[in-house]
Design a protein around this ligand. Structure first.
Ligand code: SF4
Ligand code: SF4
Length: 306
């Protein structure tokens, strides 16, 4: 019932995994943190046990329901425009969209399995908002594999998907993981302009997504010429992936309708964007989270001539 309900609510895929400790991920995360590849994202070092074992995060958790929502857009920005990552195109912040749908899914599950099927004393519904290894759970729930660019690839949808998580305190039937299908391909690694993908790890300190969003300091000068016109986030490795060439199709979700200005603004318009216009145009959008000043700084750097 759970998978059917998720699909009828408009999610593109749904799978369920048994809640367990992620021992291999714990070892990987520990070594990644020791290498300080998380940069200033100190929150990634906190709540280690909760991050690697959902039963610590949500007492009584037995099952992880994972949903995917395709966000691959129909339209593209003008070539001259500073690039905004595709996840941020929608008028309404994707967190709001997914949480509303997950709340409805939880309601329907509780109607069938009873209100004790979720832990009402703890947050148990997550969209990018808690110490949860969403991509690993999606993989365990049979929704694809984690590619060499560290993103989830669904074999029928590609990697431009939001991931939502609902933790349940009941057992159910579980999905089986599928085998990774990257093979000998290295296109994402080769395409990365900052060489952020090395030795099977993503060095966030070199990743344009981190540098243009989470990093609150000046972007180090060594990266200025490598930003490849990315002003907020980066889709370069995902765009290079043959699975996206093959399977990514424009989404049909009215809730993820894009901010139309994204497709008509050229570089000059972005460079002259006022705070008032930014606040008005992106008032409900994920772009607003980055902040006006950060975005303007990034735009300026992408426009620098060597
Ligand atoms: S998002 Fe961009 S910078 Fe980060 S790993 Fe992918 S290609 Fe490299
Ligand atoms: S580009 Fe190739 S190696 Fe990278 S995630 Fe896609 S299939 Fe895997």
């Amino acid at each position: 019932m759970i998978r059917e309900a998720a699909l009828s609510l408009g999610f593109d895929a749904c799978g369920i995994a048994k809640a367990d400790e992620l021992t291999e991920d714990a070892a990987f995360l520990r070594s990644w943190l020791e290498d300080e590849m998380h940069g200033e994202m100190s929150y990634l070092a906190r709540n280690f046990e909760k991050r690697t074992d959902p039963r610590v995060l949500v007492p009584g958790c037995k099952s992880i329901v994972v949903v995917l929502m395709n966000y691959y857009p129909l339209k593209k920005q003008l070539d001259s425009a500073p690039k905004i990552a595709k996840y941020a195109y929608s008028q309404v912040d994707y967190h709001t969209v997914l949480k509303a749908k997950l709340n409805e899914l939880e309601k329907q599950i509780c109607e069938v399995y009873g209100s004790e099927s979720v832990c009402s004393d703890y947050q148990h519904l997550f969209v990018d908002s808690a110490p949860v290894l969403e991509r690993r759970w999606a993989e365990r729930a049979g929704l694809g594999w984690i590619g060499k660019h560290k993103q989830l690839i669904h074999p029928d949808v590609g990697s431009y998907c939001f991931i939502g998580i609902l933790m349940l305190n009941i057992e159910t039937d579980y999905d089986s993981p599928i085998r990774p299908r990257c093979g000998s391909c290295t296109r994402c690694i080769d395409a990365c302009p900052t060489k952020a993908l090395t030795n099977g790890k993503l060095d966030a300190r070199r990743c344009i997504s981190y540098l243009t969003i989470e990093n609150k300091n000046e972007i180090p000068a060594e990266f200025h010429s490598q930003l490849s016109n990315c002003a907020l986030g980066c889709d370069i490795c995902a765009d290079a992936c043959p699975w996206n060439h093959k399977w990514a199709k424009p989404h049909l979700h009215p809730e993820l309708k894009a901010v139309e200005e994204l497709f008509s603004w050229d570089r000059e318009t972005w460079e002259s964007l006022s705070k008032e216009s930014f606040d008005q145009t992106f008032r409900h959008s994920a772009i607003k989270r980055a902040g006006y000043n950060k975005l303007k700084q990034n735009i300026k750097i992408t426009g620098k001539k060597d």
